[in-house]
Design a protein. Structure first.
Length: 514
């Protein structure tokens, strides 16, 4: 079947777009007028008599494609979007596409529908329309599985033309008009399915390990749980300033204090910061907390969670049963095996060619940063160490790697290391060179936590807009006793990046754009 395609709307002038829409509006009016005479359901009927799906038709009668010009003897009613069509004298061809991308050919002939219906079809059906057809499932003379149409009806009239189905959409169009991306591109549809499988896998693994799922507030009176700049809003009902949450941590820990010893949440966070290939102001986050565990236990469970998602995503593919994922560019990436655990201070010292410890002074670190061209806003020991580590080491990581034991200054909610002075029991998980998750042995001493909050308040007074304040309600909860616990935060959009090899704007269905 040869197909005609719609012009690329990005290449049309405003006048041309207006003209095309006007033509389709006229057809809409004609369809609605015909409906008044009981000659159809109008341009937007309330329903159409679908009996099956395009995918089911292809699965049930796939054998017909082995025998050209054959009939099934079965009549079906299906609907799909017209993505290609060719109108000739007494026989019209259309390719109908379902939401999952599955297609089938519809053949509208003079002999089956009659002169009047065929003429109306040619006049009123455009590319992009949702079309219902009923008829016998057949194989065409060329061996293409088809429906020989006996009846047809517009299911929804498209007023705007489709983009060229043969040409790639620009990234800007894909992001701003994701619906066009979903219509045109298989990878876009696959991304949605992969994300759904990932969320299902995470919940299954948590259930197997006795975790329960919670929902905590997104509007908060104080921002906390991470070092980040918040979005600020105002409640008219309470006449008070509120913050969109930067993390659910402090509320999930309240739940652990209350006796819910294994909890998790998958939900939205908001950080009023930059946007790039790995950052979005609004993003999905997983956090979980496990009483009587530490950051080593958290690392083991995080590895299991991610590896189980790889198994789930690979189900039904040639990689089924493995942890090797295929990225969008065809690259294979192995998430299997036991992941490396490396020391932040140790690897920084090795890469910098000099020993750097928690006792290294700020002046020494500033001199090294200046020599390397590394700029640090409001520098303290911890921020300098982390920035220098990213400069020297981060880009050298290829396999999934846990970077262990961070400076105390940058981790106010993490407990001191049990054997190394000046650091805390925290790790960051790096995959593909970006930070995917963070894990802690949680700070549960309310006295030390208050000291950390006070220090954060001092940082805020110095101009650090990412610093937290003193959260008295959280401290009151800690004073009632929180058991030793492990905690993890992991970005869901970044997990999809690790599974697909795509940038963050491709893994979010409807990302925020300017």
């Amino acid at each position: 079947m040869s197909e005609n395609t719609a012009p690329d709307t990005a290449e049309l002038s405003e006048e041309e777009v207006f003209e095309q829409k006007q033509v389709r509006l006229d057809k809409r009016d004609k369809l609605n007028a015909l409906a008044e005479g009981d000659l159809g359901g109008g341009a937007y009927p309330v329903s159409v008599p679908v009996t099956t799906t395009i995918a089911a038709v292809r699965a049930t009668w796939a054998h017909l494609e082995d025998v050209a010009d054959s009939q099934s003897g079965e009549t079906v009613g299906i609907a799909g979007r017209v993505v290609f069509q060719r109108n000739t004298g007494k026989l019209c061809f259309a390719s109908l596409q379902a939401g999952d991308g599955t297609r089938i050919q519809a053949m509208v002939s003079f002999g089956e529908v009659g002169e009047e219906s065929l003429a109306r079809y040619k006049e009123l059906v455009d590319l992009g329309d949702h079309l219902f057809v009923s008829g016998e499932v057949i194989s065409s003379r060329r061996g293409e599985l088809s429906v020989m149409v006996k009846d047809w009806q517009i299911a929804a009239k498209a007023l705007a033309p489709l983009p060229n189905m043969y040409a790639d959409l620009s990234e800007e169009t894909r992001v701003r008009q994701r619906y066009l991306d979903l219509i045109q591109r298989e990878q876009a549809r696959t991304n949605v399915v992969t994300r759904a499988k990932t969320m299902a896998s995470l919940r299954e693994t948590f259930a197997e390990h006795g975790f329960i799922e919670l929902e905590t507030p997104m509007l908060q009176t104080m921002h906390g749980g991470a070092s980040a700049r918040p979005f600020v809003t105002h409640s008219n009902a309470f006449d008070m300033q509120l913050f969109l949450r930067i993390a659910p941590e402090l509320f999930l820990k309240r739940a652990v204090v209350g006796g819910l010893e294994r909890v998790f949440e998958i939900n939205r966070n908001f950080r009023n910061e930059g946007a790039d290939s790995t950052h979005s102001p609004e993003f999905a986050m997983l956090e979980f907390y496990e009483a009587y565990g530490d950051y080593n236990d958290a690392a083991a469970l995080t590895q299991l969670l991610i590896q189980n998602t790889a198994l789930k995503v690979n189900a039904g593919t040639e990689r089924e049963g493995t942890h090797v994922v295929r990225w969008a560019d065809g690259t294979l990436f192995d998430l299997g095996g036991d992941w490396d655990r490396i020391s932040m201070y140790g690897t920084l010292s090795e890469a910098a060619g000099r020993e750097i410890t928690p006792q290294t002074t700020v002046d020494e670190l500033l001199a090294l940063a200046a020599a390397e061209g590394v700029e640090v806003k409001l520098p303290n020991h911890g921020k300098l160490v982390e920035e220098l580590w990213e400069h020297f080491v981060k880009d050298q990581l290829t396999r999934p790697t846990f970077v262990m034991d961070f400076p105390v200054e940058t981790s106010p909610l993490t407990r001191h290391h049990r054997s190394i002075p000046g650091v805390v029991e925290k790790w960051d998980l790096y995959v593909r060179g970006f930070e995917l998750a963070t894990g802690y042995s949680e700070l549960i001493d309310p006295v030390i936590q208050r000291e950390r909050f006070v220090q954060q308040a001092r940082e805020a007074a110095r101009g650090d807009d990412e610093a937290m304040g003193v959260d008295e309600e959280f401290l009151r909860a800690l004073e009632h006793g929180m058991p030793p616990s492990a905690g993890v935060g992991m970005g869901m959009d970044r997990l999809l990046m690790a599974l697909t090899g795509l940038g963050i704007r491709e893994t979010i269905l409807f990302p925020l754009v300017k």
